[in-house]
Design a protein around this ligand. Structure first.
Ligand SMILES: [Zn+2]
Length: 116
């Protein structure tokens, strides 16, 4: 199956689980973390140790103790950028098809393939 290359300039970010990403906007700007979970429906990703929010838990019910827990809050993917392992900095990512037909993402700067 051949898919036509889109000429649209709409920014679509292809972030996957376990990717290393940098936050490029907001409170956590400049921080790097690993993607733990994706929420495609909302275009958001949960990134390890980033965008932590405090949640109050109430005593009673299942937990015996109430208190405050910190939890990662999902970050919108437009605020994230993939980090190239070789350049060790946020990279512009391209896509190409390998000889075996698999589609991979690569760093436009150094050519490093990001899908292993
Ligand atoms: Zn690179």
């Amino acid at each position: 199956m051949i898919s036509r290359v889109s000429t649209m300039t709409k920014k679509r970010i292809d972030i996957r689980k376990n990717d290393k990403v940098m936050v490029i906007a907001g409170r956590e700007k400049g921080k790097i973390g690993t993607v733990l979970k994706l929420i495609p429906r909302k275009d958001r990703a949960v990134v390890e140790k980033l965008n932590m929010v405090k949640r109050h838990t109430r005593a009673g019910g299942k937990s015996a103790q109430g208190g405050i827990i910190e939890k990662e809050s999902p970050i919108h993917v437009s605020n994230l950028m993939l980090v190239c392992g070789k350049c060790a900095e946020p990279a512009r990512v391209g896509k190409k098809v390998l000889e075996d037909g698999s589609k991979v993402r690569f760093c436009k700067k150094c050519g490093e393939i990001m899908d292993k």
